[in-house]
Each structure stands twice: as structure tokens, then as C-alpha cells.
Design a protein around this ligand. Structure first.
Ligand code: HEC
Length: 170
């Protein structure tokens, strides 16, 4: 069998296939679950998430802890609002968002244009290989936490603490 590290859901499928006497254990998992992360994917994904700064906003308390936040909490979204002319945005819980996306959908989703201060213009420059490694790593971490607070339009004041941005220079 190929060495595969899979999410819990695919493990269940794998066990079912195994019990049913499936001949090709690894292949069945890959086809049915759409997510498989090799240890190389996990290492690369973790490295990319760390050095490209995703935790700085998408992990609660990460900058305040000097980057020491437990990996279990990585990318679970943040209740800190970012308020500017665009309204107030919240860094999404990527652990939940990615549960609803196939790898192919992630490649498109990751290259969308998002509101500030999400650096979508940086994410858009990432190669497919890098984005896939991030996807496999984040899916490997699994679902955790609650969705981030909903977007607040510019004319409404957010209830939770927020960082106030000035209007951008013209
Ligand atoms: C400076 C803060 C900041 C950083 C750094 C940052 N993000 Fe974001 N991100 C946000 C905010 C805020 C939103 C919500 C934007 C919106 O509401 O349009 C967001 C939204 C997203 C979304 C859309 C998710 C959804 O709700 O469907 C994705 C995907 C995403 N970020 C991925 C990343 C990745 C991957 C990295 C690391 C390369 C990263 N972000 C770094 C702040 C940040």
C-alpha cells in the first residue's frame, strides 16, 4: 500500500473498502475522498502557510503570541475586525472553508479577489503546486472552530474589537 496520510473521513472510507475486501486500498481512497496528503505535502503546506503569513490574520492571537499559537488552532479564523472604506472584514476560518471545496475548486477560490486587508494579489501569484500543498495541509489539519464573524457594511459599527484603517492614499 502506498504511504498515505488521509483525513478522518477518508480513513472511514478506507476502512469500509478494506472490510469489503477491496483489492487496491490506496487507489480506492484517492478516488473516493479527493484528498490525500503525503508527508511531503504536509511539510511543504505547513512551511508555506507559515512563511506567507496566513496565520498572521487567519489564526486567533497568532501575532500577539509571537507565532507560538498551537498548530491545532492554525487558520481557525479570527474575531478581530478590519475596518476601512470597504466595511469591516474578518479573516475566514479556512479550516472550515476548505471542507466545502475540492482541490480544483480551491485553485479558483484562492485566486478570487477578496476585500482588504486579505492579500489576494499575493495568493494569486502562487503556483498550482504551492496552492495544492497548502490545500492538502489544511485539509489534513481538519475542520475546527467556528466560522469567523460575518462581514459588516461600511455604514454599520461592528460589535467586536476592530482595527481602523484610514482611507487609502490617492
Ligand atoms: C492581513 C490579513 C490577512 C492575511 C495576511 C491573509 N488573509 Fe486571507 N483573508 C483576510 C480577510 C480579512 C479575509 C476576508 C475578506 C473578505 O471578507 O472579502 C480573508 C479571506 C480569505 C479567503 C476567502 C475565504 C472565504 O471566506 O471563502 C481565503 C481563501 C484566504 N483569505 C486565504 C489566505 C491565505 C492562504 C493566506 C496566506 C497566504 C491569507 N489568506 C493571508 C485577511 C488576511
Amino acid at each position: 500500500m502506498k504511504r498515505l496520510i488521509t483525513v478522518t473521513a477518508s480513513r472511514k472510507i478506507a476502512i469500509a473498502v478494506f472490510v469489503a475486501g477491496g483489492m487496491s486500498f490506496g487507489t480506492a481512497v484517492a478516488q473516493q475522498a479527493d484528498v490525500k496528503a503525503s508527508s511531503a505535502d504536509i511539510q511543504r503546506g505547513r512551511y508555506l502557510v507559515r512563511i506567507t503569513g496566513c496565520n498572521d490574520c487567519h489564526t486567533p492571537g497568532y501575532p500577539e503570541s509571537n507565532g507560538k499559537t498551537d498548530e491545532k488552532l492554525w487558520l481557525t479564523g479570527s474575531p478581530l475586525g478590519w475596518r476601512g472604506p470597504w466595511g469591516t472584514t474578518y479573516a475566514s476560518n479556512l479550516r472550515l472553508v476548505l471542507q466545502n471545496l475540492s482541490e480544483a475548486q480551491w485553485l479558483k477560490h484562492a485566486r478570487n479577489e477578496w476585500r482588504p486587508p486579505m492579500p489576494w494579489f499575493n495568493l494569486r501569484e502562487m503556483s498550482d503546486a504551492d496552492l495544492k500543498a497548502m490545500y492538502r495541509y489544511i485539509r489534513h489539519l481538519g475542520a475546527a472552530g467556528e466560522p469567523a464573524p460575518a462581514y459588516v457594511p461600511p455604514d454599520k459599527t461592528p460589535k467586536q474589537p476592530y482595527v481602523q484603517f484610514p482611507a487609502p492614499p490617492k
